[in-house]
Design a protein around this ligand. Structure first.
Ligand SMILES: [Zn+2]
Length: 276
């Protein structure tokens, strides 16, 4: 981008690691019994998330775990362990709703998941990522009314921005856009069957470009087996890209809520982009 970066020189590149829990809700929400070849979501809770927590602790970097409410009900101790390890727990739908919802139902599900997560971790939930990219005109207004400070769902910009979703003075929220194509494990492992070693090459190339340009690197992964990053060789790709990024000057890792608070404090430096 040609506009000046909003980041100070000390913040050479911001890195946000988003880990979408995507447990059995992913199948149950679609009416599929999470058994046999459809059980990859339970792997997330049983193996993938513990493996990611261990890997993140080894590196000493924070992450944000986006958790569907149903998965939190099925695996409450896993969500509490994420919080206990100091990582952020944020919302990711109830049954990972990837289909359109009526406004009243959407609001009810957003509040239901929020209540489940808040009760488990005993602290407010401040952010949301849409499951499978689903969102409506009403979503951001409901999130803002619930006290959320950011959304991380849009694919429409290279940097964080102030998203205006209404005409009122408070109708804004911080948007932390994520690139769900090249900076996501899903397309590589689900569609192109890219080997882990090649995924690392791709992510390193993305980082090299971003480090020189927009300085905002948002990586989204899923700790499932199958198309996710939960298995040992796939989690090693995560570890290797973190090692690579840590080798560059001025790389700062944040969880999304901490970085969203930085964005709010520095909102005059961010672009305001409107949906209305
Ligand atoms: Zn998801």
């Amino acid at each position: 981008m040609t506009t000046p970066s909003p980041f100070p020189d000390s913040m050479r590149c911001v890195v946000l690691i988003g880990i979408d829990f995507d447990g059995p809700s992913h199948e149950v929400g679609r009416g599929i019994a999470p058994l046999g070849k459809e059980s990859c979501g339970r792997y997330s809770a049983r193996c993938g998330i513990p493996r990611h927590l261990e890997m993140l602790a080894r590196h000493g970097v924070p992450a944000t775990f986006f958790v569907p409410g149903y998965d939190a009900q099925q695996h409450p101790q896993v969500v509490q362990e994420i919080d206990r390890c100091g990582h952020e727990v944020a919302a990711h739908g109830y049954l990972h709703e990837a289909w359109n919802l009526e406004s009243a139902e959407e609001e009810q599900l957003l509040k239901k998941t929020d209540a489940i997560l808040r009760e488990l971790i005993n602290k407010p939930v401040l952010g949301w990522r849409s499951p499978s990219g689903r969102k409506s005109d009403a979503t951001l207004g409901v999130l803002k009314s619930m006290g959320y400070i950011y959304d991380s769902s849009e694919k429409d910009f290279d940097r964080p921005y102030v998203a205006r979703f209404g005409k009122g003075p408070d109708d804004t929220i911080i948007e932390l856009p994520n690139n769900a194509y090249s900076l996501d494990d899903f397309p590589f492992y689900k569609f192109s069957y890219t080997p882990p070693s090649e995924v690392l090459v791709q992510w390193r190339a993305e980082f090299d470009s971003i480090y020189r340009s927009d300085r905002f690197f948002v990586l989204s992964v899923h700790p499932r087996s199958g198309w996710g990053s939960g298995t040992p060789s796939h989690t090693k790709v995560m570890s290797d890209i973190i090692t690579y990024m840590k080798g560059h000057d001025g790389v700062q890792f944040f969880d999304s809520r901490t970085f969203a608070k930085w964005c709010i404090a520095n909102s005059s430096k961010l672009e305001e982009l409107s949906y209305v």
